[in-house]
Ligand binder design. Structure first.
Ligand SMILES: Nc1ncnc2c1ncn2[C@@H]1O[C@H](COP(=O)(O)OP(=O)(O)OP(=O)(O)O)[C@@H](O)[C@H]1O
Length: 245
């Protein structure tokens, strides 16, 4: 057994040698990474490379079969389910590739839900939700229910809902998947600007190189492990390019 050692101080999240299999088929095979406070980190890789599974392990939704996950000085991999649930609710935000909204609530109520569940007053929750909807250009549909909205509007509601409680870490799994290409950049810029202005750390899974370009740093996955990105912008990347010409 390894002695448990807390992660470096400037990493808000830190994972060591994560292994996870979905019903016997390996999705993560020894991934280690640190996420620095306030950074926007892209996790890039083709379909099935383990991005979603990694985000689920980092956010305490899945417990790795081997390895460690630390949130600041707290070991997430050994936390009880109740504590993990509380950590997710209080400190983490999550955006799925497809919006999952409550059909009986309108747009602002969906966006305000984390605040309402947390005991924030109706009035304050509505004000905050409305600010986020406006920032994401959907203030005009705040009173409409999801069923009458476009998929791209629904996804913006889901993004507002993830930001409304200003989480410490926002996990975004292909957050712009349901958007048209021209909407994608605008929504991502709003998301990253919001994260930076509120000091929210973002871990963003994507298979889109354009999306990854908006991040401060990119880690690449392939078949459940980390690989050096092909188009690394550092000296290694340039050396590799010059070798190949
Ligand atoms: N619930 C599940 N049951 C069985 N296998 C799964 C499940 N979820 C993921 N897998 C498998 O685990 C591997 C990693 O999947 P994961 O979703 O983490 O990758 P990904 O990079 O996020 O891919 P995608 O872009 O398709 O979401 C894949 O081989 C996938 O088929």
């Amino acid at each position: 057994m390894y002695a448990m050692v807390a992660p470096p101080d400037n990493d808000v999240l830190w994972a060591r040698s994560l292994h996870y299999s979905h019903s016997g088929s390996p999705a993560l095979t020894g991934v280690s990474l640190g996420v620095r406070e306030g950074e926007i980190l892209a996790v890039e890789g083709p379909r099935g490379s383990g991005k979603t599974t990694l985000l689920q392990c980092l956010s305490g939704q899945l417990v790795p079969e081997e390895g460690e996950v630390w949130f600041n000085s707290a070991p997430v991999h050994t936390m009880s389910p109740v504590l993990r649930e509380r950590l997710r609710r209080d400190r983490f935000g999550w955006i799925d590739p497809e919006p999952r909204l409550l059909p009986e609530l309108n747009a602002w109520e969906n966006a305000a839900l984390p605040l309402l569940l947390h005991g924030t007053s109706h009035r304050a929750a509505k004000k905050t939700a409305m600010e986020w909807l406006e920032r994401l250009d959907i203030g005009a549909v705040a009173r409409k229910r999801p069923a009458v909205l476009l998929q791209s509007q629904r996804q913006r509601i889901a993004i507002a809902r993830a930001l409304v409680s200003t989480p410490t870490v926002l996990f975004a799994d292909e957050p712009t998947a349901p958007l048209h290409r021209k909407d994608r950049a605008q929504v991502l810029r709003t998301l990253t600007a919001a994260a930076r202005s509120h000091h929210i750390t973002v871990v963003l899974a994507t298979h889109d190189a354009e999306v990854a370009m908006l991040a401060d740093r990119t880690v690449s996955l392939l078949d459940g492990h980390r690989v050096t990105p092909v188009q690394a912008d550092g000296a290694e990347g340039r050396a590799a390019c010059s070798l190949s010409v």
